[in-house]
Design a protein around this ligand. Structure first.
Ligand code: MG
Length: 247
């Protein structure tokens, strides 16, 4: 146990939806944005909220299916495009992708906030010589995700960022972990994964020989044994193997 890098899950590990508006408010915002999107695209539909809901439900169902099967991240634009045809909306794949970006309510709008000890912990780990990486399952990446990190105060100069929609694979698929290791140019034994999901973060990392620290949450898998268990992310700083990075 001598690590050079710490890989972090984001959702419910470093940030959470503390102030999330109720589902009805999400739907209202998405519907408003869909109405505007359709108008800008020169399309009309009697029920923009139905358009938003059909597109979003299609994304969620494809995501659920992928998580339960091959963990290959779906092409959500294609998924939405196909689903929208059923309600009489014909979009190009590009438009469908833009629509999804438009109706996705994220970051501060979605009530995302970092845990109070998240940023101080990341900074302390960096000061101890650890390199830091993100390994996250997210259907939206790119600038939007980086902006959301900044808004939450989690823009700590990450050394690598493996986002499922950018890598093409969802945790616990080994490829998303490998992509982080490759970017950091380290071996599995030199990294530790930190996350709240036994199935995705802990089992996924351990299958590759990456040790894993679990932020205790409702267990989503049986028979998984984390290398360290904590309640608050700041407790990582007291874990012996994270006192000093391997040089
Ligand atoms: Mg999580």
């Amino acid at each position: 146990m001598a690590y050079r890098a710490v890989l972090f899950d984001i959702g419910d590990t470093l940030w959470h939806s503390a102030e999330a508006p109720p589902a009805a408010e999400f739907r209202r915002i998405a519907s408003e944005r869909a109405r505007e999107f359709l108008a800008n695209a020169g399309l009309t539909h009697p029920d923009p909220s139905l358009v938003a809901r059909v597109a979003w439900d299609a994304l969620e169902s494809a995501m659920k299916q992928a998580r339960a099967t091959d963990r290959v991240e779906p092409d959500y634009a294609a998924v939405a495009k196909a689903a929208l045809l059923s309600v009489g909306v014909s979009l190009s794949a590009r438009q469908a992708g833009d629509l999804m970006e438009t109706i996705y309510v994220s970051g501060e709008d979605g009530g995302k906030a970092a845990y109070p000890d998240a940023r101080p912990t990341l900074e302390a780990l960096r000061n101890r010589g650890f390199r830091l990486a993100i390994v996250t399952n997210r259907a939206f990446g790119g600038d939007r995700f980086r902006d959301d990190l900044r808004a939450a105060g989690l823009d700590v100069g990450w050394d690598a960022t493996a986002v499922s929609i950018e890598v093409g694979f969802l945790k616990p698929h080994p490829e998303i972990f490998r992509s982080a290791l490759r970017a950091l140019e380290i071996s599995a034994a030199e990294a530790v994964m930190v996350g709240n999901s036994l199935a995705e973060d802990i089992a996924g990392a351990q299958a590759l020989g990456i040790d894993a620290a679990w932020k205790r949450s409702a267990p989503d898998a049986e028979g998984v044994r984390p290398d360290f268990v904590f309640e608050d992310v700041g407790e990582l700083l007291d874990w012996e193997p994270l006192r000093k990075a391997k040089s």
